[in-house]
Design a protein around this ligand. Structure first.
Ligand code: AMP
Length: 520
């Protein structure tokens, strides 16, 4: 089957040809003809399957007739995160290059003014995160009764993030006669209920089992001692061993505190690393991603929330610095490599306390994951209590009684080891990375290739102000259990915010139930 067989318009076909696609993927072949006929679609597919084009291409074709009116968008695409929303916008720009469509992106973290101006001009394609969309609506800047096509993307992710009440509200604001294109990687009961309520006789297109891990990815478990310095050392050794095959890597951590610590540690060891999590402002996040995509950064340390669903086509390695607590996250993480038919490698660093999480992952993917170099029974208990070598080189006390040859060689022999495989350029290299420096700041600085001078100044001036609040923030998660446990007593959205966003309160992502005015 070719794209020409699907019924897309000549303008769209020409853009698809320019993108270099010759054959539709299964989700595209299954969804596009029905979407063009105006039918509702229930697409069960993960990112990486070509699902974005499966709704963007028919939408572009259908938008060729008609025009937008002020404040009344013709189509609406809901995405769970800002990055995914921006990624969908890129897709519209790419495939819509032969169309003159107005596209607006309504996401948090950027000013309302620009967004209002766009809405005033009339929007053909509105891409939004639920919180910011509702804010605009409540400010009277947006009317949803002109929406002809509604896309709800990554619905299971929306559920994880507590957005379902917002989605329900939004669905109720849009005319019943709309077409709805609904995508989810998995179909938990809450999502099934939502589809039953808001889709009309949908065509169901399922492209692969949501929980299946791609077969073109080599997966290995790597044993490690459980102390942070053990795990960091294990990671560095792995990276070193993989150097010849390693083009670039995403390194996943479970919590932002770990993203922050590992990122700083990698910088100290001169790895060409960036970090991605919700503490960073939107500009820094986008810049960081762009630098990683463009090959200016070789390693990206990330949290699940920041990285899930992102389309970075050519990632050779995924390292799980922490075993994910939720087994589905494993599938999503390793799916960042091996995209578009390429092969990829994933290494998951495992400690003795991770056994139950590994069991859950293996049950989910239906396979045992091979150990890289012996299983956990061969782990030698850690003796040390120190952190990374460079810090000790700068005066931290050395504990007596260490016998680990490798580590003492590394720590004693070289004060500041320079990894030969790190490809940091002068422009991206931060100077001293301090322990109390907010990761967002260092990360933003590292992302700003070419703005070295302003970066230095920014770090110097902001450091003083942020020092105390950052320290408080970083200490908090370390109290109590060393293993991050999901606190189910709080709503998922709130957990997400606390783990990944520095916004005070809910910011512009306040859940619907909190907007209800209390009767007194
Ligand atoms: P998505 O699942 O939408 O995140 O897409 C995953 C990747 O597949 C993106 O980099 C797309 O550019 C690419 N892609 C989408 N459709 C096709 C196609 N028909 N042939 C080859 N690559 C595609």
């Amino acid at each position: 089957m070719t794209f020409a067989d699907l019924g897309l318009s000549p303008k769209v076909l020409s853009a698809v040809t320019d993108a270099g696609y010759t054959q539709p993927t299964p989700i595209q072949a299954g969804a596009i003809p029905h979407a063009l006929l105006g039918k509702d679609i229930l697409g069960i597919a993960q990112t990486g399957t070509g699902k974005t084009a499966s709704f963007v291409l028919p939408m572009l074709t259908r938008l060729e007739n008609g025009r937008a009116r002020a404040r009344m968008p013709r189509t609406l695409i809901l995405e769970p995160t800002r990055e995914l929303a921006a990624q969908v916008e890129e897709n519209f720009i790419r495939y819509g290059k032969n169309h003159k469509l107005n596209i607006a992106l309504l996401i948090g973290g950027v000013s309302f003014d620009e967004q209002n101006k766009k809405l005033e001009r009339g929007v053909d394609v509105l891409i939004a995160t639920p919180g910011r969309l509702l804010d605009h609506r409540e400010r009277g800047k947006l009317l949803l009764n002109g929406v002809e096509i509604l896309v709800i993307d990554e619905a299971d992710r929306m559920l994880d993030m507590g957005f379902i009440p917002d989605i329900e509200r939004i669905c109720e604001m849009i005319p019943f006669t709309r077409q709805t294109l609904f995508f989810s990687a998995t179909m938990p009961p809450e999502i099934t209920k939502l589809t039953e309520k808001f889709l009309h006789a949908p065509v169901r297109v399922e492209v692969s089992k949501a929980a299946s891990a791609a077969t073109n990815i080599t997966q290995r478990l790597v044993k490690s001692g459980s102390k942070p310095w053990d795990k960091r050392e294990t990671l560095r050794n792995l990276i070193k061993a993989e150097d010849a095959e390693l083009k670039n890597a995403i390194i996943f951590c479970n919590r932002k505190i770990e993203v922050s610590e590992l990122f700083r540690s990698l910088l100290k060891y001169d790895f060409d690393a960036g970090a991605l999590h919700g503490d960073m402002d939107q500009r820094a996040r986008m810049q960081m991603l762009a630098n990683f995509r463009d090959g200016k950064l070789r390693y990206l340390v990330a949290s699940d929330v920041a990285a899930r669903g992102l389309d970075i086509p050519d990632v050779s390695h995924v390292f799980n610095y922490d075993v994910p607590i939720h087994a589905e996250d494993y599938v999503h993480r390793i799916g960042r490599t091996g995209r578009a038919g390429r092969s990829g490698k994933s290494f998951t660093i495992a400690t003795k306390s991770d056994t139950k999480y590994i069991d859950a992952i293996e049950r989910l993917i239906g396979n045992k994951i091979e150990w890289h170099d012996g299983d956990l029974s061969t782990v030698v208990a850690s003796e040390g209590g120190e952190d990374d070598a460079p810090r000790r080189g700068k005066g931290a006390p050395r504990r007596a009684g260490r016998k680990d040859d490798d580590r003492s060689r590394e720590k004693g022999g070289e004060r500041k080891p320079r990894e030969r495989h790190a490809k940091r350029s002068e422009d991206t290299a931060p100077e001293t990375v301090r322990e109390d420096q907010p990761v967002a700041e260092v990360a933003a600085a590292a992302a700003d290739v070419g703005e070295r001078r302003s970066r230095k100044e920014a770090i110097r001036s902001e450091n003083t102000e942020r020092k105390s609040s950052d320290r408080n923030e970083q200490r908090a998660p370390e109290r109590g259990d060393t293993r991050p446990q999901r606190d189910n007593s709080r709503p998922a959205r709130q957990r997400h915010q606390e783990d990944n966003d520095s916004t005070v309160g809910f910011g512009d992502d306040m859940p619907a139930f909190m907007r209800i005015v209390a009767k007194v």
